[in-house]
Write a protein that binds this ligand. Structure first.
Ligand SMILES: C[S@@+](CC[C@H](N)C(=O)[O-])C[C@H]1O[C@@H](n2cnc3c(N)ncnc32)[C@H](O)[C@@H]1O
Length: 211
């Protein structure tokens, strides 16, 4: 099993949206819409999407943030960035940045940080590097949103889900589903957690406030 699969390149990057749609039975678009609705994005918001991929989430954020808002999408994948660029071209409130989210970033003062399907593919020390960035990026009282796998017991998955998870996901994801995210976030002075679940509680949106 490969340790991490979050660096998306080559043919996987070219067909990323299609592959995600196939893997989720074409339910990903609905999930993204429902997640965005839970985030309560108001006009004028400053939001940074770390590892934002092809910009599917950022497009919805940009619409809600309006002209007075600012959406920044950061990614490291060339093809992913190109796709995001095309998708977000008409949104003047969007900025697309090519950078490594595990290294210090040039921004600060955001109301919201969004991290979707990144954490499960990071080693513990990389999660710490990312959190140091998140702390600097967010205003006090700002919100971090992590959309990713919830904690669950792989042995309790139905045979098809179990097969898909062990064959298509990475080794780190198998470790991530046992990980206490809230305890980790508390050590970075985040709290006031709120959670929403999808897909039989296997997917979780976790909101944490910078205290
Ligand atoms: C699994 S995809 C998730 C994309 C998007 N957030 C979503 O939910 O659809 C992981 C993304 O993280 C990006 N990525 C991985 N490691 C990164 C890093 N160190 N810095 C910036 N982006 C990274 C990849 O290029 C890819 O676009």
């Amino acid at each position: 099993m490969v340790r991490s699969k979050i660096k998306i390149t080559g043919i996987k990057a070219r067909f990323y949206d299609l592959l995600v749609n196939l893997a989720t039975g074409f339910r990903y678009g609905k999930l993204v819409k429902e997640v965005t609705a839970k985030m309560n994005i108001a006009e004028g918001v400053g939001l940074i999407d770390l590892g934002g991929g092809t910009g599917k989430n950022a497009k919805l954020f940009a619409r809600l943030a309006g002209n007075s808002g600012k959406i920044v999408l950061v990614d490291i994948g060339k093809t992913m960035l190109k796709k995001a660029g095309r998708r977000l071209k008409k949104y003047k409130n969007c900025e697309i940045v090519s950078a490594d989210i595990l290294k210090p970033l040039k921004f600060n003062g955001f109301d919201m940080v969004f991290i979707s399907f990144i954490m499960h593919g990071l080693e513990i020390q990389e999660r710490s590097a990312l959190m140091k960035n998140v702390s600097k990026l967010l205003k006090r009282g700002g919100h971090l949103f992590i959309l990713d796998y919830n904690q669950f017991d792989m042995k309790k998955l139905n045979p098809i889900a179990g097969y898909l998870f062990t064959h298509f996901e990475c080794e780190l994801a198998a470790e991530f589903i046992k990980w206490d995210a809230e305890r980790f976030l508390r050590s970075y002075k985040f709290g006031k957690f709120e959670k929403w679940y999808w897909h039989d509680k296997k997917i979780r949106l976790l909101r944490a406030e910078k205290l």
